[in-house]
Design a protein around this ligand. Structure first.
Ligand SMILES: N[C@@H](CCC(=O)N[C@@H](CS)C(=O)NCC(=O)O)C(=O)O
Length: 220
């Protein structure tokens, strides 16, 4: 049996983090090959991934003769290969979870684009602009609403793919702007999420790495 996850640097690849975490949380055995996506080697390394996976990006899960690319597909696959507990049984809750995953996957990265995943690991954080603070507070209010409406420990009640998908955004926002007391459920949810053992495992490695500085971070 050969199941290999081609992932990325722990302090750079938020998409690989999501795929890796879904596999771990479902207790699925796999080997991991970390593709170095730092510049300039990024381009040749990803070109080599393109030899077996058309998008030439990480993550990619190769499960024997199946090549599964894109973090979203890998998260869904991990859920179904495991015990399917990462999506709610209830149709409407499941749709809510998938909507959050889809939003993160499509346009959520445009909210404060300067606060990249890499920047969550910088020792010296930039000061946020007024617009960035407004956007961050708005995101916190949305998470607070989900947690209040679903009245559970996680966004959709139980731990789900929605929490996994949003975790890198939690890290990039929280590390730049603390959550105000008016969002108590968000404060607790973030801590609960970050304290999960596999999340801690990834983050311990990520914090030990040399930071990867993104152009324009301090000047924007
Ligand atoms: N939609 C893809 C995005 C994957 C992605 O952008 N991965 C980055 C590394 S975190 C990458 O390999 N980018 C390739 C490139 O920039 O050409 C997914 O969810 O897996």
């Amino acid at each position: 049996m050969a199941r290999i996850l081609y992932s990325g640097n722990r302090n750079a690849s938020s998409w690989a983090f999501r795929a890796w975490l879904a596999l771990k949380e479902q207790s699925i055995d796999f080997e991991e090959i970390i593709i170095d996506i730092r510049r300039p080697q990024r381009w040749s390394n990803l070109a080599a991934v393109g030899d077996f996976s058309p998008p030439a990006a990480v993550p990619v899960l190769v499960d024997n003769d199946s090549v599964i690319y894109d973090s979203n597909a890998i998260m869904e696959y991990a859920n179904e290969l495991g015990d399917s507990t990462l999506l709610p049984k209830d149709l409407k809750l499941r749709a809510q979870a998938r909507a959050l995953v889809a939003w993160q996957h499509s346009t959520f990265g445009k909210v404060c684009p300067c606060l990249s995943f890499e920047s969550a690991f910088y020792k010296e954080k930039k000061l946020l602009t007024a617009n960035e603070i407004t956007a961050t507070e708005w995101v916190y209010s949305i998470w607070e609403n989900y947690l209040t409406e679903n009245n559970g420990d996680y966004l959709i009640g139980a731990f789900s793919l929605a929490d996994i998908a949003l975790l890198p955004s939690v890290l990039r926002f929280k590390s730049h702007h603390p959550v105000a007391d008016k969002f108590p459920r968000t404060i607790e949810w973030m801590q609960r999420l970050i304290n999960r053992p596999y999340v801690q495992e990834w983050l311990t490695d990520a914090y030990a790495l040399e930071p990867i500085y993104c152009e324009g971070y301090y000047s924007s």
